[in-house]
Design a protein around this ligand. Structure first.
Ligand code: 8IG
Length: 267
């Protein structure tokens, strides 16, 4: 063990490949809350292990975040790595555990990282609960970065345009939007939601952006997809709760699974 996050990711990648019995992975997916039931559609399970069996991963802190990693063989024969849950910044254990899965996947060969999340919708005029939205860009209000020191990573195309095009070939009705990330764990105040709308945000959440940055730093391409599970606080008057998020996930799992499996099949 070591304190160097990249060395720890390399160690985890070695342990992962040997546990699964493969030399490399082609793609990795991170399933956010509400997305875990969709994972079954992506391919045939080769192996599934608790992430805590690998160096550097923390036990899950939130219901609906399963804390397992699954290796699957897709219909097109590629090997996908699926994280069934993620670590969030609001868990208070720093940035490195948040991006450890992405770094491990890249060290294990994955050149494409698919980041999914459940999010609040900032545009209820046009967004429906249960709708998937492609992340076109982000605004990082988490106050954190996975990078320390003068590594000036370009984020012009953090969510690779080619991958968004490919997702829209699968489903031409997919909207695109800007994801605004807060640290959480509170949901926003109505004033913060109004601020995000003025800033040009379309979805709001507590994940994804740090992983996207870590993926770009590591040289991987990123596709991000939000499942809109609630209107942002104050936009419709009802308070928010996590049980609804999981319920929307269950209700949309089949649709999201088809979308992901078709997208992964085209990579
Ligand atoms: I699901 O409205 C889900 N996650 N920050 N705000 C934030 N995160 C969320 C929300 C939301 N809904």
């Amino acid at each position: 063990m070591t304190d160097d996050p990249y060395a720890l990711a390399t160690e985890a990648a070695t342990a992962l490949k040997s546990a699964v019995g493969v030399d490399s992975f082609d793609v990795a997916l991170v399933m956010g809350s509400g997305w875990v039931p969709a994972a079954d559609a992506i391919g045939e399970t080769i192996a599934e292990i608790p992430v805590t069996d690998l160096p550097g991963f923390l036990p899950p802190a939130v219901a609906g975040h399963a804390g397992k990693v699954r290796a699957v063989r897709t219909e097109s024969g590629t090997i996908a790595l699926i994280f069934l849950g993620r670590t969030h910044l609001y868990e208070g254990r720093g940035v490195d555990p948040v991006v450890h899965g992405v770094r491990t996947a890249i060290k294990a060969g994955a050149g494409t990282i698919v980041l999914t999340n459940a999010a609040g919708g900032l545009r209820p005029e046009t967004q429906k609960v249960g709708e998937a939205v492609l992340i076109s860009d982000h605004i990082n209000l988490s106050g954190a970065s996975p990078i320390t020191g003068p590594t000036f990573v370009d984020l012009t195309d953090v969510y690779t345009p080619r991958l968004r095009d490919l997702a829209r070939e699968v489903d031409p009705s997919l909207a695109e939007g800007v994801y605004v990330a807060f640290r959480g764990p509170t949901y926003e105040t109505p004033a913060e939601v109004r601020m995000c709308r003025i800033l040009g945000g379309d979805m709001v959440g507590m994940s994804t952006v740090l992983e996207a940055i870590a993926a770009r730093e590591g040289g991987a391409e990123v596709l991000g997809i939000s499942l809109v599970t609630n209107p942002g606080a104050g936009l419709v008057g009802e308070p928010l709760n996590h049980a609804e998020v999981l319920e929307v996930g269950r209700a949309t799992a089949a649709r999201m699974g088809v979308l992901l499996s078709k997208v992964v099949g085209k990579l």
